[in-house]
Every structure is written in structure tokens, then in C-alpha cells.
Design a protein around this ligand. Structure first.
Ligand SMILES: [Zn+2]
Length: 240
């Protein structure tokens, strides 16, 4: 199987501290907002739905539009109705906007993520979106194989029910991380390693220790880690 990164919008400038907890504060970076198309599986699967720059701006963050989900899919000969499964890593607005566009899909979501999104802590108020009532949602608890070669692993800490997706590829197991992170979270620069950082906790978290453990779990389980906000995938059509 292969994974196609689909850039929907960008956020720029964002303080790096939103991604790497206790490191890089004051450094402005550009992050990508994507969804991910898995090709070669039994079913047509995307991971997350992304969000437009306008929606991101409405939430108070610096959003830049790139393309809509429809435009992006059309370039690949698809439409939102062709998507059979949507795996939502979590319910933050930049990962799960426009769910209603994917009318025929079944959405995979952790049970505790939905429960939390309905009543989030005040520190994360306004960051969650809820599935429309008529959406077909499969609520799961923990790890689960979705189709052969595509497995959800629970990676909590960023939100209570954050999940990530393992995909079998020619080059080994690839993990689309559900934690809002950049590549440096998994592979810190040498100077940070000297300071004792073997990885960085996601800057946004509800439980810092659990979020760090989830970063480590992803590193253990996958040969190739895809950090969902790293801008480098904007230049890559196919992963790995
Ligand atoms: Zn995010």
C-alpha cells in the first residue's frame, strides 16, 4: 500500500511550541493541514478530513487556503462519495472539518474521543467539532484492524481518544500519527538530545506523560513515521 498526503491548507506563522513541548518556543514555523489517502487497501480509506484555511482562521489561528477536499480528490479521479472509510485521528477542527462531505463513508473514532469532544475541558474549548447526527460512526475502543494491512492504534494524550494508523507498505510499517506533531517530535535535533529530549511531547496535550508515551509507541511500532503537521509532505506525492 501507499499513502498520498493531501494538503488542504496551511497555518503560518505558528509558534513551534504548539508542536514541540518545552522546545523551540519563539520560532515561527509553517505547518501543513492534510488528509491522507491510503491506496491499495481493500476499501477506499482516508485518514482525517483536514480543514480549510478559512475554518482555521475562524477558530482564531492563521489559516491559509490551499484547496478543498473535493478539488484535491478530483485531481486523483475521486470524489468524496467514493470514500468508504474515514479514520478520524481526533476531533480537533483541523483534522475533522467537513465530515458531512463524505456521505457514504463509515467514520472510525475512539469512543472516549467523542465523549470528550461533547464536553471538553475549558482549556480546549472551541477546538472540537462533533460529527453530524446522520453520520455513520463506528465507535471503537483501543487498537483495531480496519482492513488487512491497515490498523488503528490508540495513542492518547494529545486528546483522550487520539488514534494513529499503521499501514503496511513495501518499505515496512508506516504510521500516520494522530498527534499534532512535526517530524522533530519523533527525531529531535542533536542539541535537544543533549538536553535529554529523546522525543518531544506534543505541545498541545491533555496529559503530557501519556502524550510522550504515545510518541514513543509510534516510534516503536513503525519503521516510517508520518508527523501530521510537518510541511515537508506538501512536496511529496507518495509515501513512503
Ligand atoms: Zn492538529
Amino acid at each position: 500500500m501507499i499513502v498520498k498526503p493531501v494538503l488542504i491548507s496551511k497555518e503560518s506563522p505558528i509558534d513551534q511550541g504548539f508542536m514541540t513541548y518545552l522546545y523551540g518556543y519563539g520560532t515561527p514555523i509553517t505547518i501543513g493541514v492534510y488528509f491522507w489517502l491510503i491506496e491499495g487497501a481493500e476499501k477506499k480509506i482516508i485518514v482525517d478530513t483536514g480543514a480549510s484555511g478559512d475554518l482555521i482562521k475562524a477558530a482564531g489561528f492563521p489559516g491559509i487556503n490551499y484547496q478543498s477536499q473535493e478539488e484535491a480528490l478530483e485531481k486523483m479521479g475521486l470524489s468524496p462519495e467514493d470514500i468508504e472509510i474515514v479514520i478520524l485521528t481526533h476531533l480537533h477542527f483541523d483534522h475533522a472539518a467537513d465530515m458531512e462531505k463524505f456521505k457514504k463513508a463509515v467514520f472510525y473514532l475512539q469512543k472516549d474521543e467523542l465523549a470528550y469532544a461533547q464536553n471538553p475541558h475549558p482549556t480546549q474549548q472551541g477546538w472540537f467539532v462533533l460529527p453530524p447526527a446522520d453520520l455513520r460512526v463506528e465507535l471503537i475502543e483501543g487498537d483495531q484492524v480496519v482492513v488487512p494491512g491497515v490498523e488503528i492504534i490508540k495513542t492518547p494524550g494529545h486528546t483522550p481518544g487520539t488514534q494513529s494508523v499503521l499501514v503496511d507498505t513495501d518499505k515496512g510499517k508506516l504510521c500516520i500519527s494522530g498527534l499534532c506533531t512535526i517530524e522533530a517530535n519523533y527525531y529531535p535535533p542533536e542539541e535537544a538530545q543533549k538536553m535529554g529530549f529523546s522525543a518531544f511531547t506534543p505541545g498541545i496535550h491533555i496529559n503530557a506523560l501519556e502524550a510522550f508515551d504515545s510518541v514513543m509507541k509510534i516510534k516503536e511500532k513503525a519503521e516510517i513515521v508520518i508527523a501530521p503537521h510537518d510541511i515537508k509532505y506538501a512536496e511529496q506525492e507518495i509515501l513512503p
